[in-house]
Design a protein around this ligand. Structure first.
Ligand code: SAM
Ligand code: SF4
Length: 326
């Protein structure tokens, strides 16, 4: 098992499969984003080897992300191999959903259990503004395909002031009255070059709750005080679905953090919002043994930072969100 020096058991890995994306969401990356050469990114066999090493250290839950994971070549085979690795109990994916129309069924057949699909608004024009060119109907097709494939569905919406903080929030929350989905609203976090825009556009959980309640009635907490992963959950009266808030800014959940991240270029990112990383890909390519790599991972996890420093105005500048994976 892997513990950090604060006694937290770290057993959940998010793997960024690529820094590339077929969208350019305004809160995630600049429009003229330059991607890394493919030779700098982990190859399939390197991802699989690391998954295996992480399971040796007690990791059981894996989430694939990006960039946009569905643009990675050979994704279905990779999911199948990760799912078949001894010790892996759950493989989930965070995706913008655009390519799920054709990929949901093969991914489910390969062992994927859940998709978190990003959809910030149901309004086609605003969706295009937020993603710079995306079509919301493509995401809907992906959601329907995921439903048909039997995948568990969560929807993610990053709330951005002056873009989707009003009616859009209410329309998404209303879906929980009709579908057994978790609709999760995310407070925008600051990274790198986009940090000023992000910090200026944060909408807090309290404000989101007030907007939803004034339109749809009271939100009742589910297991008050207990988080589902990183989300605090609520429901509208009679709703089959749940509404979650992921509020790193106004309600940090660092004390219960059990996760670490692997960037597409093979760095162990110990905290989403701290720059500290441990290079795993270079030692692997230099011939490190499994024992040596496990030791590097354990040592890195031991030094995982306690939490982010946003309250002290410390913003991670070395990467934008799409390079880490969320
Ligand atoms: N492309 C996939 C997607 O959009 O779902 C996976 C990668 S994306 C970086 C992972 C998650 O991070 C998405 O839910 C996205 O909305 C969220 N995200 C991106 N930038 C963010 C930011 N600055 N603050 C909070 N969440 C952000
Ligand atoms: Fe791409 Fe996801 Fe970032 Fe949007 S949030 S630009 S879909 S990686």
């Amino acid at each position: 098992m892997a513990f950090d020096r604060f006694g937290r058991n770290i057993n959940y890995l998010r793997i960024s499969l690529t820094d590339r994306c077929n969208l350019r969401c305004v809160y995630c990356m600049p429009e003229d984003m330059i991607f890394r050469p493919r030779s700098e990114l982990m190859q399939d066999h390197e991802v699989i080897r690391l998954v295996h090493l992480f399971t040796n250290l007690g990791f059981r839950k894996f989430r694939l992300t990006g960039g946009e994971p569905t643009v990675r070549a050979n994704l279905v085979d990779l999911v199948r191999e990760i799912g078949a690795t001894k010790g892996v109990e759950k493989v989930a994916m965070t995706t913008n959903g655009i390519l799920l129309d054709r990929l949901a069924q093969p991914l489910a057949d390969a062992g994927l259990t859940r998709v978190n699909i990003s959809i910030d608004t149901l309004d086609a024009d605003k969706f295009r503004q937020l993603t710079r060119w995306g079509k919301v109907e493509d995401v809907w097709r992906g959601i329907r395909a995921s439903q048909a494939a039997g995948l568990e569905i969560k929807l993610n919406s990053v709330v951005v002031r002056n873009y989707n903080e009003g009616e859009d929030l209410v329309d998404l929350a209303r879906l929980s009255l009709y579908q057994p989905w978790q609709i999760r609203f995310i407070e925008m976090m600051p990274f790198g070059d986009v940090a000023d825009f992000q910090l200026a556009g944060v909408v807090t959980q309290e404000e989101m709750i007030s907007t939803i309640e004034s339109a749809l009635g009271p939100l009742t907490p589910v297991n008050p005080g207990e988080l589902d992963g990183e989300a605090s959950l609520y429901y509208l009266e009679g709703a089959p679905g749940r509404i979650g808030f992921i509020s790193s800014i106004s309600h940090p959940f660092c004390a219960s953090c059990n996760r670490t991240r692997l960037t597409a270029d093979g760095r162990l990112r110990l905290c989403l919002l701290r720059e500290k990383e441990v290079d795993l890909l270079s030692p692997m390519r230099d011939g490190a043994t499994d024992d040596e790599l496990r030791a590097i991972i354990s040592e890195g996890i031991w030094w995982k930072p306690w939490g982010h420093g946003l309250a002290q105005d410390v913003v991670p500048l070395n990467r934008v969100m799409s390079e880490i994976g969320g």
